[in-house]
Design a protein. Structure first.
Length: 134
């Protein structure tokens, strides 16, 4: 089963999906934060054979939860109502800065939201591998 990573945004949600082996992260673009978002995410979970969802968790550089964390928590609760999959959070500090840096030199045409979701998923995959090797 694959993993879906979501970078929460007020206007758009960045999306990334792992491969079956949970080794690589691939952009799935961005979705508008509108009334059909949860339905579209549930459909994406079915079509991509998602087994787990990772949501970027906003923290300040000092590690404190940011104000946006409340909105992310509400989103996670609404998502749980439409998908029966494990939903975990992943610290998203530096994800936008790293995504911006990767995009600058890559020549690829993906949104910053999607690139941030890829960065969040890559961080989660690395952390998961290091815990399973410990």
């Amino acid at each position: 089963m694959r993993i879906l990573a979501i970078d929460y945004g007020l206007r758009r949600f960045g999306l990334a999906v792992s491969d079956e082996g949970r080794s690589f992260a691939f952009s799935r673009g961005a979705m508008a934060a509108d009334g059909s978002l949860l339905t579209r995410l549930a459909e994406l979970c079915r079509s991509e054979k998602i087994g787990e969802i990772i949501v970027g968790w906003p923290r300040s550089l000092s590690g404190q939860e940011r104000v946006q964390a409340m909105a992310v928590a509400r989103f996670i609760e609404r998502l749980r109502a439409v998908v029966s999959l494990p939903i975990k959070i992943q610290d998203e500090r530096f994800s936008t800065a790293l995504a911006r840096r990767k995009l600058r030199g890559s020549g690829r045409r993906i949104s910053l939201d999607a690139a941030s979701a890829v960065t969040i998923l890559e961080s989660y995959l690395v952390r998961s591998r290091s815990h399973s090797n410990a």
